[in-house]
Design a protein around this ligand. Sequence first.
Ligand code: G4P
Length: 529
Amino acid sequence: MSHLSIKQEVARRRTFAIISHPDAGKTTLTEKLLLFAGAIQIAGSVKARKASRHASSDWMEIEKQRGISVASSVMQMEYKDCVINLLDTPGHQDFSEDTYRVLTAVDAAIMVVDAANGIEPQTIRLLQVCRARNTPILTFINKLDREVREPLDLLGEIESHLGMDTIPFTWPIGMGKSFGGVYDLQLDRMRLFRPGQERRGNDDFIEGLDNPLIREKFGSAFEKAHEEISLIKEATPDFDHEAFLAGKQTPVFFGSAVNNFGVQEVLDALVKWAPKPGPRQALERIVQPDEPKFSGVVFKVQANMDPAHRDRVAFVRVSSGKFERGMRLKVSRTGKEIRPNNVVSFLSQRRDLLDEAYAGDVIGIPNHGVLHLGDVLTEGETLQFTGLPFFAPELFQGVEVKDPLRTKQLRTGLTQLGEEGAIQVFRPEAAGGALLLGAIGQLQFEVVAHRLKTEYGVEARLMPSRYTMARWVTSDNPKALRKFMDSNAAHIAYDVVDALAFLISSPAQLRVAQELNPEINFHAMREHA
Ligand code: G4P
């Protein structure tokens, strides 16, 4: 049992995710952060998971990954009196929708940039999600032990993509073979780089920028860095905590994750500057994190390993109050009560925290389908949080069952996989139309076909579809909506929550529909409501 008040527990929570383009070093940084925070046991499992990720189109690997990732989906650790929750995001871009939803459950993000490549496409999409929510971002520029791009160029690029001021907290002296270390602009000292350095505690520092020792040791690399540092000191605004929290400034750190270098600074900045969990807007009212009563939101649903049991783990981010094992919870959507006992929690170090969770923490609740994405759990109050995004699919396939006697199983399977967020399922309004699957990444179809077979005993036939886009449609004018539906009956479908969607085969078709129907709103994103 914690002897701290709810308010104190909330104040020491830091919940974040790492975003990056594949291969920038997310896995490595994750592992090093865990190492530096002293959570060594889990560090190994991160690497193991990455190993299985490489062959991600292999069925067995997908299965394995689903199993492993329940355990490493959330990594909780204690560092400097803070409880840090690191929420993992799927590595494969075909599952990016999952990533977007995970980002709704964090209070901050660390962006890892490969210093040789700068900002890469996949980072941009993730950044947009963070920007839309004003999520504060810390930036780690990785791989300075290689010949990389000029640090000033990188800052310029980050600024233009993020629309945020970059505030360097450290600055590299040299790079590649001549990488000497980073100068800490806050503490006015240089941390010397040693390749393959063993964890923290045995670092060498040189105090002060004008210390002749630095010049002596690093010669021209130092002269260059010195100039850059003077430039930065003049040209960049001071770090402003409020501006960071509002997503207007990003502190920047340089380092080499694989060499354990520069990681300490990021971890320290995270506990010092990243926000504690804040209030959450529900439709009914604003929910404060330190309210006595528990509330939480399901932001991710994951099938368990054992296909025979077909149970799933709902990942719930605590929004308020205190979760205790065995407590009775109400699902706002259905009014049903649940009493989860075998809750999965993710703390690695301190057993005494296992039975409690506070705002910012994540608990995993095994269930047989009673919990859906976006569901809100409370101690009785009906609450509805908004903001869990579903994106309009960009790939479509029709689906039919090979054996008509298993049509019911197909429907059940697709409903459940749809609720899990593994795929989007559309039911055409026109009679006799085959169900349509919508995805962001091709791999999603393969996973669904595989899981239909192994978990539901259904051999599904996937068929090409002429659709390439979908838009959810709404209107303030019911008559206009009715008219639109009638004149486009062949292209109207309902998704799992019966939201109306317009199926489209070309961008031109969408433009025409928009011009002809000014009273209809076409949405590329649907928020869970
Ligand atoms: P990801 O999760 O973002 O996809 O990236 P990951 O951490 O797996 O890193 C991608 C590759 O970059 C790995 O090499 C990793 O060792 C390397 N790397 C990470 N940080 C640094 C760094 O600071 N400097 C250098 N030079 N390399 C770094 P790999 O060969 O793909 O894998 P592995 O065999 O090393 O595990």
